[in-house]
Design a protein around this ligand. Structure first.
Ligand SMILES: [Zn+2]
Ligand SMILES: [Zn+2]
Length: 170
C-alpha cells in the first residue's frame, strides 16, 4: 500500500497539515483530520487539512481517522483504538521530564478545544494564570534545578499538571 510523503514536524500542540509532495511545499494549513496509515507498530500517522483529507480519500487507503485535536499533536500521546471514533490521549508524558510535563499541561490549558473537557478540573478564570504559573515554574526548573531534583522541587505544580494531563497522581 503506497503512503504519500509527509514531513514530520515538531509535536508542540500546533496542529498543521503535513502534506508534502515533490511538486509543492509543505502544506502547513491548520489540520482538521488525524489519520492512521497504520495504527499499530510501526505507527504511522498524519495530520491533514480538509483539502488534503479529500485528496487522501481519492488516492490512498488509510486504516483509521478522527478529527484532529490538540492531543494529536502533543508529544507522548497515543492512538486509542478502543473507542469509536478513535482518539489520541496523553499516553505517557513522564518521559518529558518534570519541566516538560508542566509545559505540556500549560499547552493543553491554553487550547480552547480542551476547555469543556478541562472544566471539571479547572474553573475557566483560572486557566490563563494557571498556565502562566506552570510555564514560569518550568522555566525556573530548567534554569536552576538539576533534572534529578526537579520532581521533588516541583511536587505541587507536577501534581496539578498530572491532573490536567489526565493522569492520576499515584
Ligand atoms: Zn494540507
Ligand atoms: Zn489523533
Amino acid at each position: 500500500m503506497p503512503f504519500p510523503d509527509f514531513t514530520p514536524t515538531d509535536r508542540i500542540g500546533n496542529m498543521r497539515c503535513g502534506w508534502d509532495s515533490t511538486t509543492s511545499e509543505l502544506c502547513n494549513a491548520p489540520a482538521t483530520w488525524h489519520i492512521a496509515w497504520n495504527p499499530t507498530n510501526p505507527l504511522k500517522l498524519s495530520l491533514l487539512c480538509d483539502p488534503h483529507m479529500n485528496a487522501v480519500n481519492h488516492h490512498y487507503t488509510y486504516a483509521d481517522r478522527h478529527p484532529a485535536t490538540i492531543a494529536c499533536d502533543m508529544p507522548g500521546t497515543g492512538w486509542l483504538t478502543t473507542v469509536t471514533p478513535s482518539r489520541c490521549i496523553p499516553a505517557d508524558t513522564t518521559d518529558l521530564g518534570s519541566a516538560g510535563q508542566l509545559r505540556a499541561a500549560a499547552v493543553l490549558l491554553r487550547n480552547p478545544v480542551r476547555r469543556p473537557e478541562l472544566a471539571s478540573v479547572v474553573d475557566l478564570p483560572f486557566i490563563e494564570p494557571l498556565a502562566d504559573w506552570l510555564e514560569s515554574t518550568a522555566a525556573q526548573l530548567d534554569a536552576i534545578t538539576h533534572p534529578l531534583w526537579q520532581a521533588m522541587a516541583a511536587a505541587q505544580p507536577l501534581a496539578v499538571a498530572r491532573q490536567i494531563l489526565g493522569k492520576d497522581t499515584s
